[in-house]
Write a protein that binds this ligand. Structure first.
Ligand SMILES: CC(=O)N[C@@H]1[C@@H](O)[C@H](O)[C@@H](CO)O[C@@H]1[C@]1(COP(=O)([O-])OP(=O)(O)OC[C@H]2O[C@@H](n3cnc4c(N)ncnc43)[C@H](OP(=O)(O)O)[C@@H]2O)O[C@@H]([n+]2cccc(C(N)=O)c2)[C@H](O)[C@@H]1O
Ligand SMILES: *[C@@H]1O[C@H](CO)[C@@H](O)[C@H](O)[C@H]1NC(C)=O
Ligand SMILES: CC(=O)N[C@H]1CO[C@H](CO)[C@@H](O)[C@@H]1O
Length: 315
C-alpha cells in the first residue's frame, strides 16, 4: 500500500532528508543519552570471576595472552588455545596465569579453523572443569590484500577469523546456556571502517559482526554477547614485521609510528572490565567510536582520509 511513495523519486528521497533533520534535532538528546549511559556503566557491578571457567582462543601472544592474565588476576579457571608451533609460548602463558592467581589452567594446542579440533577443545574444557562461563573467540590473522596477490592465499583469513569463532561458539552454546555465560568476539574497527588493504581481514571481521549481532536474538538474555571493535593496539599485529611474516602485501611502516595507538595491557584490562559489566559492545581506544559515527554520517570525507592509509601498503 506504500509503493506509491517508494516508487516516487521525490517522496523516496524526502524520507531520507527528513530523517537527517530528525537526527539533527535529536542529537542533543543523543548526547545526553550517551553521557548518561557512560556514567551508569561506571556504577554497574562487575561479575565475580572467582571459580568461573574462561576459554580463550589465540592466547599465546598479544591481547589473548593479556586477557588470560587479566582473568587470572580475578581468580578465574582458564583454558587457553593456540596452534601447535615449536616456539609456542602457550605453556609459559599458562604458568604465568597460575602465578597471577588462576587456580587451574588447561592449555591445549588446536587450530580454530578445524571444526573437529574446536569440538574437542570445548568438550575437553567442560570435562576438565565441569562448566564453561566465558568463551573468548580471540584468535585471528590479518594479512593485507592487494589485487596483485593470488586470491586463494587469503582463504585462511576467513577460515580462522570467521569460522574459527563460529565453530567454538556452536559447541559452547549448550554449556553457556547452563551458566548464563558470555561470548566475546574479537572483531575490529576494521569490520566497520573498511580501510584500504584490509580486504579479507576487514571482511572477515564484518562477517563476525553480522553473524553475532543476529545470534544475539537467539541466545539473549541467557547468554550475553560482547563484540569487540578495537582500533590500533600495540601488539606485534600492527608492525611491518608481522605483515612480512605471512602472505599478502607488506606494511611500509609500523602503524604505531603513524597513528595514536593504545597500550595492549590497558586495553586488555578495559576489555575484561567491560565484559564483567555485561557490555554488549566494546570499542578501545574509545575515540575510535568517532570514526565509526563519522563514516556513517559522512562516507565521502571518510573515504578521502582513509585513502592516506593506502600509501602505507606495498603492492
Ligand atoms: C582482544 C583482541 O582483540 N584480541 C585479538 C588481537 O590481539 C589480535 O591482534 C587480532 C588479530 O586479528 O585478533 C583479536 C585479535 C588478536 O590480535 P593480537 O594483536 O593479539 O595478534 P597476535 O598475532 O599477537 O595474536 C593472535 C593469536 O591468535 C592465535 N592464532 C592464530 N591462528 C590460529 C589458529 N588457526 N588457531 C588457533 N589460534 C590461532 C595466535 O597463536 P599461534 O601460536 O600463532 O597459533 C595468537 O595467540 O585482535 C584483533 N584486533 C583487532 C583490531 C586491532 C588489533 C590490533 N592489534 O591493532 C587487533 C585481531 O583481529 C585478532 O582477532
Ligand atoms: C566472589 O565469590 C567467592 C566465592 O565464589 C567469594 O568467596 C568472594 O568473596 C567473592 N568476591 C567478591 C568480591 O564478592
Ligand atoms: C581500522 C582497522 O583496524 N583496519 C584494519 C583493516 O585490515 C588491515 C589489514 O589486515 C589492518 O591492518 C587494519 O588494522
Amino acid at each position: 500500500m506504500y509503493e506509491a511513495y517508494f516508487n516516487n523519486k521525490f517522496t523516496n528521497l524526502l524520507v531520507f532528508y527528513i530523517y537527517l533533520l530528525v537526527f539533527l534535532l535529536l542529537s542533543p538528546f543523543l548526547f545526553v543519552w550517551e553521557l548518561f549511559n557512560y556514567v551508569g556503566s561506571c556504577f554497574r557491578c562487575k561479575e565475580n570471576m572467582s571459580g568461573k571457567v574462561v576459554l580463550i582462543t589465540g592466547a599465546s601472544s598479544g591481547l589473548g595472552e593479556l586477557m588470560a592474565y587479566e582473568y587470572a588476576k580475578h581468580g578465574a579457571y582458564l583454558a587457553i588455545i593456540s596452534t601447535q608451533k615449536p616456539e609456542s609460548r602457550l605453556q609459559q602463558v599458562a604458568l604465568r596465569a597460575r602465578e597471577l592467581g588462576s587456580p587451574d589452567v588447561l592449555f591445549m594446542f588446536a587450530d580454530v579453523s578445524k571444526v573437529d579440533e574446536c569440538r574437542m577443545f570445548v568438550d575437553d574444557t567442560v570435562q576438565h572443569f565441569g562448566r564453561l562461563d566465558h568463551l573468548v573467540c580471540n584468535a585471528g590473522i590479518g594479512p593485507l590484500y592487494t589485487i596483485k596477490n593470488d586470491v586463494t592465499i587469503f582463504l585462511p583469513v576467513i577460515d580462522i577469523n570467521f569460522w574459527g569463532s563460529v565453530y567454538p561458539t556452536h559447541f559452547a552454546i549448550p554449556h553457556l546456556m547452563k551458566t548464563n555465560g558470555k561470548i566475546i568476539i574479537n572483531a575490529s574497527a576494521a569490520g566497520v571502517l573498511n580501510p584500504p588493504g584490509g580486504g579479507f581481514y576487514n571482511a572477515s571481521k564484518a562477517a563476525l559482526i553480522s553473524f553475532y549481532e543476529s545470534l544475539r536474538f537467539e541466545v539473549s538474555p541467557t547468554i550475553t554477547i560482547t563484540i569487540l571493535t578495537l582500533g590500533f593496539i600495540q601488539t606485534n599485529f600492527i608492525t611491518t614485521k608481522y605483515s612480512s611474516n605471512g602472505v599478502g602485501a607488506r606494511l611500509k611502516k609500523d602503524l604505531r609510528d603513524l597513528f595514536p595507538t593504545m597500550e595492549a595491557e590497558a586495553c586488555a584490562k578495559a576489555i575484561v572490565d567491560g565484559i564483567r559489566k555485561g557490555a554488549t559492545s566494546i570499542t578501545e581506544p574509545k575515540f575510535f567510536k568517532v570514526f565509526v559515527l563519522f563514516k556513517f554520517l559522512f562516507p565521502k570525507p571518510h573515504y578521502y582520509y582513509s585513502n592516506i592509509y593506502s600509501s602505507l601498503v606495498e603492492g
